[in-house]
Design a binder for this molecule. Structure first.
Ligand code: SF4
Length: 253
């Protein structure tokens, strides 16, 4: 893993611009640009060959995956296979990749020896979900992001919570994160999916508006927040992958 100090030095040497300043400049430049244009600039102009898209292949993932397939279908797409996904998610990941023509979907997994040591019975999610997410999601993603300067996420402001003030570009030392759908709402997503005939995740029709690992995902009732079924009954609302960078540099973002 590269050190954040090395990145800061390289950024400073390249143009006296910090990661935070670069993120603010790119967000300002994005202005009223639509999601496809934001992706085009990020993938083809700002971070050519140095950017990846991280997708859960969940309830809202098809829109962003379709957009990247139009802009640059060879962009690496990272799917974190935690070992705890619904079977429907694994089949949906294959179906979407095939139908959208995504050329470089990378399934990443926690190291078997790490799982054997920290979660031999496979029930860490029940005892310590934060530790489970770190083991099965955060650490594998940190390793997979090595070599990239930026990653694309599907987060949106309408999800609320920590996402309510989400910028289009954000600094997450040593990365820039790109959130092309930050300003989209549910109606925008539904309209785009209908216009392009995108296949829904098979669990959506069973009442799951947000889909993660099976032990930690439950249906949401009509009128509940989309993420209400995630870690239901616990204070936890995020898996922790979006704390990558924040953990290393608390002042960033
Ligand atoms: S969402 Fe649940 S099962 Fe999946 S990694 Fe996190 S705690 Fe573990």
């Amino acid at each position: 893993m590269r050190s954040s100090a090395a990145i800061a030095t390289r950024a400073d040497a390249g143009g006296e611009e910090s990661l935070d300043a670069r993120a603010r400049r790119l967000s300002a430049a994005a202005g009223g640009a639509d999601a496809a244009e934001i992706l085009r600039r990020a993938v083809l102009e700002e971070f050519p060959g140095r950017i990846t898209l991280v997708s859960s292949f969940g309830a809202e993932s098809a829109v962003l995956l379709h957009l990247i397939a139009q802009v640059a279908p060879a962009t690496p797409v990272i799917f974190i296979d935690t070992g705890k996904h619904f079977a429907q998610t694994l089949s949906y990941r294959k179906k979407l990749a095939r139908e959208l023509g995504l050329a470089d979907v990378r399934d990443i997994r926690p190291r078997p020896e790490a799982v054997a040591a920290a979660d031999p019975a496979g029930d860490l999610w029940r005892r310590d979900p934060d530790a489970c997410c770190t083991l099965r999601k955060v650490v594998p993603l940190e390793e997979a992001l090595d070599g990239f300067d930026a990653w694309i996420t599907g987060r949106k402001q309408f999800h609320g919570g920590l996402r309510a003030a989400l910028p289009v570009f954000e600094a997450a030392d040593p990365f820039i994160k790109v959130n092309p759908l930050a300003r989209w709402d549910k109606a925008d997503l539904d309209a785009y999916a209908a216009r392009h005939g995108l296949p829904p995740h098979p669990l959506v029709e069973q009442g799951y508006p947000s889909i993660g690992c099976w032990p930690c995902t439950h249906p949401a009732a009509p009128g509940e927040d989309a993420r209400a079924g995630r870690w239901r009954g616990a204070a936890k609302t995020e898996c922790g992958i979006h704390l990558i960078g924040a953990r290393r540099a608390p002042a960033a973002t």
